[in-house]
Design a protein around this ligand. Sequence first.
Ligand code: FBP
Length: 552
Amino acid sequence: MDISPLQQVRYAYQPKLPPILRQSITSVVPSLGEATQTATDQEAIKALFPNTYGLPRVSFVEGENKDITKRRNIGVILSGGQAPGGHNVISGLYDALQAANPDNTLYGFKGGPSGILEDSYQIIDASFLETFRNTGGFDIIGSGRTKLETEAQFEVCAKVCKSHDITALVIIGGDDSNTNAAVLAEYFLAKGHGIQVIGCPKTIDGDLKNEFIEISFGFDTATKTYSELIGNIERDANSAKKYWHFIKLMGRSASHIALECALETQPNICLISEEVEAKQQSLVSIVDSIAKAVADRAADGNNFGVVLIPEGLVEFIPEIKTLIEEINSLLAKEESTFNAISDSNERIQFVQDRLSSKSKQVFTILPEEIQKQLLMDRDPHGNVQVSRIETDKLLATMVETTLKQMKAEGRYTGKFSSMTHFFGYEGRCAFPTNFDADYCYSLGYNAFLLIGGGLSGYLSSVTNLSQQAEKWNAGGIPITMMMNMEVRHGTNKPVIKKALVELEGKPFQYFAEHRDNWARTTSFTYPGAVQYFGPAEVCDRTTVTLALEQGL
Ligand code: FBP
């Protein structure tokens, strides 16, 4: 296989670990902290997780660890969307497992959680791993979105693990996958299966975070990749001075990606879904505010600009949120009749006829393409696939219509020409930044130490991340402490609470202080490409969001 020069040199990169994990692996032991509890719904979650609720936080300290050298077989699963650094979680896990005992074996279940159900695996050894170190992607074993959630599935997992003498599973996933990891850990303990389960926080969306999980891996690389592209577009816009660029950014419900990219690139406009919901902004009012910003810039002679749009926006606009909820329950109720209709116009008509009059009104003003996109298949968690809704085109079209109206009324005299973009898949498999390479390797290495400590139902946690790795801490937090009860598919379920952008938080506050200036004047900043070699302040710098959150 031909290998790019960058790939070749990245193979040799040695990721940095927190100082405590740089000791010999037999000289590190877990230290148990205070018992934990959830922020809400304590009684309900305690009742559902009698074996894993209230577990203590764990940190690693120096001490003799004889048990760690016990021979072990461990399984690893990549779950959900790709995020840069997944290969390094596996590298860190493998290196720790080998440091503990060279006879240990790592089983990589293929294609996501379905791999374990189908007993489809790859033995990960040093030579197999060699060409994946410090590279992006999940292609080492593949990923998937199958959910492990039923007792029947848990029993298959136990059977497959026992057949390979696997005594611990590491599940690398987002909030839903780690919720399922917690349920699996509880189940294995309750049934006495003797299989530990440890999670690792993954998702480019950045919505799996709290005090102890400061960032999910992949967010750093993905946002830097998008910011480079946005900066390039800004410079193009400022050179040609003739286009307004509407850029939709991945991130599912949360707007962390859009906010981080805005902090990196200072665009004219960045919508934040959480604010739209808090202010109950309608679609028309959002369009009006963008059109006003376009007109204001045109008055200064600037007929160009950049608008960032979080991909989940439509779900936060009140009237569209209600519309989506109605469509979701309609499609769930009349699934077979709806699926039997093949013609897209008939499908639209079918839904339109069954909507409430208010939602019907909203649905009918949407362009046909958006109507079709709202009716597409749901994801396995029953969510609309927001990455497939072209909000960028929707807003660009509606802004153009509004500007025409404003022109007719003499309120706008500029020229408007728009370009639309969607950045999502471009960033999910990028070469991990030094930060993600180091962080992921540390998460994987740390996961093995949690296993060695006999723990289960924990999420690997590496903290103090806005500092250089020399100051990082390592440990684990019980997954149950991150849970709350939520209604999913009509049933009250324990789930990890999704962390959305906090409007009181420092990153949003910083953005809010500066956005009026960015809207009117051309204040673009150009982050450029991710750098892997050079000064630490350029190459190892993590996100602006994390720096602001940690008061830097
Ligand atoms: P995860 O939550 O599994 O990490 O996936 C995140 C994500 O990249 C979202 O940003 C996006 O909406 C979605 O996956 C796209 O899903 P798919 O890869 O199935 O198209």
